[in-house]
Design a protein around this ligand. Structure first.
Ligand code: DQA
Length: 147
């Protein structure tokens, strides 16, 4: 069983009610349920972590390998565009990390076009709504299975 950590960044606890025209109507819990179903069919076990705090996310990435996780799917949300600390945590981690975004950050405001974190990740998936998380999870599983 591969243990995979799914991290939701700031304000994603509000999914389902937050700017639904941009982020969709599914709640974070509903997205997590969908991911659980995908994971179950791929011998993966998921743990979910949501935080509005940069340091909390840094802490969680920092201990993930020691805790036995094999990979990470992360939506860093607004920290995508600001957080050197999360990027450094991703760089420091031996685990494959895939960055996901519900919206297509490249066709939104200019400040969202740049991800500080993406160069430290295996890759970035952006713009497919909740499906971005599914694709991100499949990417992590694919990386783990190819090793
Ligand atoms: C987001 C995009 C970010 O720019 C934004 O700050 C978010 C969500 C997305 O999933 O589309 O909070 O990461």
């Amino acid at each position: 069983m591969k243990k995979i950590l799914v991290i939701h960044g700031p304000n994603l606890q509000l999914l389902g009610q937050r700017e639904t025209a941009i982020y969709g109507v599914l709640t974070m819990e509903e997205i997590n349920k969908t991911l659980e179903a995908v994971a179950a069919s791929r011998q993966a076990q998921l743990t979910f972590f949501q935080s509005n705090h940069e340091g909390g996310i840094v802490d969680r990435i920092g201990v993930a390998s020691a805790e036995g996780f094999a990979g990470i799917v992360i939506n860093p949300a607004a920290y995508t565009h600001t957080s050197v600390a999360i990027r450094d945590a991703v760089s420091a981690s031996p685990l494959p990390v895939v960055e996901v975004h519900l919206s297509n950050i490249h066709k939104r405001e200019e400040f969202r076009h740049h991800s500080i974190i993406a160069p430290a990740a295996c890759g970035q998936i952006s713009g497919f709504g909740a499906q971005s998380y599914v694709l991100g999870l499949m990417a992590v599983i694919g990386i783990l299975e190819s090793h």
